[in-house]
Design a protein around this ligand. Structure first.
Ligand code: SAH
Length: 519
């Protein structure tokens, strides 16, 4: 980085990242991340938020872990922001929680003001409200408390003159929320009791609020230090003191979700994973995405192009996967055509999801089989009478041959047109291996045979024994019988398989599996 003062200075956006869950950033914050040229982010800002940032943007980790190593000093960070802005960049300074609540945001801004640099501040969900909400504690309640104090616990010792008036706060506010209070918890609780707060006042401590690692414990002013020690709760954590903590019994929702704390591997491609991830995450799972499939266009589209030229002569057009639809239309559009060019054949799809996908292109499926498999589709088609008819199947280069074979046997004239290719997995292989070795994966989801094959290529076990050592402790969930077969062919067991072959049914089956295990 160079400092060029000749340029028009840029602007610095101090953005609150929220408490941890990447969904808890504001729309304004996300908008600014999407347009950032430089992002300077903290230890407490979830790195997943960087997925909003353009690839071309520079990412700078500014560190700051309570009590640990600082990647930069506060002065260093202040200078960094000024220097980047002076080169004319749009700089997003991403800070955990809210930038103005124990975030030293104001200090960073003072430096910008001195340097004459324009700025904007975007508030964030502060960890105090998030920790309370995600631990099932309303920080105010008509019957229990009419006031809340946000306090730093960092100052309890060290400074001769603490800025915190513990004597007044002890009984002066109904609910106390203490940031950075873990290290000094014995001193803080003692000060509160010495100054008149009842020793049996309920206290909750919440670590990594709103994330899959959230861990909360409960006690009283008299007992919480011991409880925290036993549970080995380390920063970052918040301490919530007051009668409202009692309401947790009824309101606690986040940690009670059926898949809370379970780590699940998603093997679908990134483009396809979102629905599965969203549904599992809503049930509390921590989803680790290891896409095992990567798709690329094929080199030669001659077969499809020829078929499109005479599309009117086809009786059926078949789609057996979402990807086939996506890549088919991608090519169609590239040729300057659209859905109107497809009049002629009827359209059949393999299941509900493919039918829905097709609708987004303005087309309604004429046939959806009762059983969502290639065989199910073939049988349904054969029943309609396809003898002598022409059938077009755009699909992956490599796919199951059962559908075209069954149709050919029924004397249809079948054209298989490759529209995309699955290429083997890449990247993050070592990380996956390490997680399997450490036993930090609870479950793997497989949504097709190729995800199974490619996942196991990624695992790269040297022997059958090693494969079993790594995979036997992991619960395996598959979408349907064909994927299950593939898992079994590799010598592994299938633990979860839904009756209907859809993502929703698969997620429901996973939830039911863990609920059963709990009872
Ligand atoms: N500006 C931040 C606070 C920074 S001070 C905010 O508004 O939230 C750092 C302290 O915040 C930590 O020591 C811890 O007490 C608290 N904290 C931040 N994120 C947290 C989280 N996800 N869970 C629990 N405490 C958190």
């Amino acid at each position: 980085m160079t400092t060029q003062t000749a340029q028009q200075p840029g602007k610095v956006y101090l953005v609150g990242a929220g408490p941890g869950d990447p969904g808890l950033i504001t729309l304004r914050g996300k908008y600014l991340l999407e347009r950032a040229e430089v992002v300077v982010y903290d230890y407490l800002a979830n790195p997943k938020l960087l997925s909003h940032v353009p690839n071309t943007a520079e990412r700078v980790y500014a560190g700051k872990k309570g009590g640990g190593l600082h990647a930069f000093t506060q002065e260093g960070i202040n200078k960094l922001l000024v220097d980047y802005a002076l080169t004319g960049k749009r700089v997003v300074r991403l800070k955990g929680g809210d930038p103005f609540i124990f975030g030293r945001g104001a200090e960073e801004i003072q430096e910008l003001v001195v340097a004459g640099i324009d700025f904007e501040v975007v508030p964030g969900v502060t960890s105090a409200t998030a920790a309370a909400t995600y631990a099932g504690i309303p920080i105010t309640h008509r019957e229990h408390t009419a006031s809340v104090a946000f306090i730093t616990g960092h100052e309890a010792t060290g400074k001769k003159e603490s800025n915190v008036a513990w004597d007044k706060l002890a009984t002066g506010a109904g609910t106390l929320v203490i940031y950075m209070g873990i290290k000094n918890l014995p001193i803080i609780t003692k000060k509160l009791m010495d100054n008149g707060r009842a020793p049996d006042t309920p206290v909750a401590v919440v670590r990594w609020a709103s994330t899959p690692e959230q861990h909360s414990v409960e006690g009283t002013l008299a007992t919480i230090t011991e409880v925290v020690k036993k549970a080995d709760i380390k920063p970052p954590a918040l301490v919530i003191v007051g009668d409202v903590v009692k309401l947790r019994n009824t309101i606690d929702w986040f940690e009670r979700r059926p898949l809370f704390g379970k780590r699940m591997v998603i093997t679908r491609t990134r483009e396809q994973a979102s629905e599965l991830v969203a549904r599992l995450a809503e049930n509390g799972a921590d989803c680790l995405e290891y896409p095992t499939l990567h798709m690329e266009p094929v080199e030669d589209y001659t077969i499809l192009d020829q078929a499109l030229q005479e599309i009117g002569s086809y009786q059926w057009l078949l789609f057996t996967s979402l990807n086939a639809i996506t890549w088919f239309f991608k090519h169609l559009w590239e040729k300057g055509m659209d859905a109107r060019n497809l009049n002629g054949p009827k359209i059949a799809v393999v299941g509900r999801a493919t039918a829905d996908k097709l609708l987004t292109y303005g087309l309604k499926a004429d046939l959806i089989p009762e059983h969502f498999t290639g065989e199910g589709l073939a049988e349904a088609l054969i029943e309609t009478g396809i003898q002598g008819g022409k059938i077009l199947i755009p699909r992956a280069v490599k796919a199951r041959e059962i559908l075209p074979e069954m149709l050919k046997q029924a004397e249809a004239s079948v054209t298989v047109a490759p529209v995309y290719e699955n290429v083997p997995p890449q990247g993050r292989k070592d990380e996956l291996r390490e997680r399997l070795e450490n036993g930090t994966i609870d479950l793997v989801t497989f949504t097709s045979s190729s995800t199974v094959d490619n996942f196991l290529t990624m695992v790269d076990a040297a022997s059958e024994e090693e494969l079993h050592r790594l995979m036997d402790p992991v619960t395996i969930a598959v979408i349907g019988p064909i994927t299950a077969d593939t898992v079994q062919k590799h010598g592994l067991k299938v633990d979860i398989q839904p009756e209907q072959y859809t993502i929703t049914d698969m997620v429901n089956a996973i939830v039911a599996y863990y609920q059963q295990a709990d009872t």
